[in-house]
Design a protein around this ligand. Structure first.
Ligand code: FAD
Length: 340
């Protein structure tokens, strides 16, 4: 298992969201053997898309995590330009973000961008990491299903509270100052309703609307967005305040309240709905650096959207933050590998 400096290095990545996928892509391009583990059924983490079947052969397709993303840094623009060229993303609108910059979305769906990034990577889905151990020269990740994976390097890209829980379960001790800084990072929750309508919604073109309501933050028509041709699929995101207040409220009550607020934009009957509870939707506070080397005997890193100098001023900058963290992590690791 041990790899000496002239053997190919290997890296395990916990999390197949945008940060895990970008870090994995960069490391693999530089000759590192990458394995990505994700507990989800689908790839992409919070770049999430779900289908709800409708009638005999119809379906509603919902982007129910990130809705679109914006770009502020050339490093991220380079990736987005490639995705535009490859026909993976498109400009959705300029009016949807607070800053009136171009908003991009996946052409097929937002998850389809993650699927594209994952296609040349070794990804294990429905694989929840439950314990990590450093075995003198390599990391072992044990999973819920009783499998284990090994690697010279380990990157954790799950939301920080989840990574901290995993470290604690693994009896890995962190320097007290680092632990305390990580514990201070918090995230907004979000309650998301996926509502399938029997007719086209009244949400105006281009199909997304930021609201000033104290309970409902966002409503989007996935049909007008172009990702749900066969179904009138509407996504509703509650505000952080509503999500906190109603975190433990029964599904049907939450849905009823949010649909009632949205009724003038829906204009038709809801034939089917689902509720998704995002405990860690996007960071409220951040770690302050683009990545964290946990200073363990083997290279153990943390990355993701909460690793940033400042919290995103606009929600739509979070996909970029996650990507920039992943790129910085990969660059740091490549230098470390070169040095050894
Ligand atoms: C409702 C909502 C709306 C949003 N809107 C926008 C928006 O419009 N624009 C924007 O830019 N951003 C938005 N965001 C934020 C954006 O989606 C995230 O910032 C970004 O996708 C985070 O990527 P990531 O790779 O850091 O984390 P994630 O995508 O969360 O990836 C982490 C992965 O780790 C996996 N994982 C966790 N624990 C384990 C474990 N023990 N074992 C294995 N796998 C594990 C998870 O399954 C997950 O796939 C939104 C998020 C939500 C939820």
């Amino acid at each position: 298992m041990k790899s000496t400096s002239n053997q190919q290095k290997s890296c395990l990545i916990i999390g197949g969201g945008i940060s895990g996928l970008i870090a994995g892509t960069m490391l693999q391009r530089h000759g590192i053997k990458v394995t990505i583990l994700d507990k989800g059924r689908g790839i992409g983490g919070r770049l999430a898309t779900r289908r709800i079947p409708y009638k005999s052969n119809g379906q509603g397709i919902f982007d129910y995590g990130a809705q679109f993303f914006t770009v502020s840094e050339p490093k991220f623009q380079q990736w987005v330009d490639q995705w535009l060229e490859q026909g993976l993303v498109r400009e959705w609108s300029k009016q949807l973000s607070n800053t009136e910059t171009t908003c991009y979305c996946g052409i097929e769906s937002n998850r389809s961008l993650a699927q594209h990034l994952a296609k040349d990577l070794n990804v294990h889905l429905q694989t929840r990491a439950t314990k990590i151990t450093w075995d003198a020269s390599y990391w072992t990740v044990e999973t819920e299903k009783g499998n284990s994976f090994h690697g010279d390097i380990l990157i954790m890209t799950s939301p920080i509270p989840q990574s901290l829980a995993l470290l604690e379960n693994s009896d890995i001790t962190l320097p007290p100052q680092i632990k305390s800084s990580l514990e201070q990072v918090t995230y907004y929750p979000c309650l998301t309703v996926l509502a399938l309508l029997d007719q086209l919604s009244l949400i105006p073109e281009p199909g997304g609307l930021r609201l000033k309501d104290p309970s409902l933050a966002w409503i989007a028509c996935n049909h007008k967005k172009g990702i749900s041709p066969q179904g009138f699929a509407v996504t509703l995101h509650s505000t952080p305040e509503f999500s906190e207040t109603h975190w433990n409220t029964e599904d049907s009550i939450v849905v009823e309240k949010l649909l009632e607020i949205a009724s003038s934009w829906l204009g038709s009957n809801v034939v089917e709905y689902q509720l998704h509870r995002w405990l860690y939707s996007h960071p409220k506070t951040v770690y302050g650096e683009l990545y964290l080397d946990l200073q363990q005997p083997g290279l153990l890193m943390m990355a993701g959207d909460a690793f940033s100098a400042i919290p995103a001023l606009d929600l739509s900058l979070n996909v970029e933050k996650a990507t920039l963290s992943a790129l910085a992590t990969a660059n740091y690791l490549l230098k470390q590998v070169e040095l050894n």
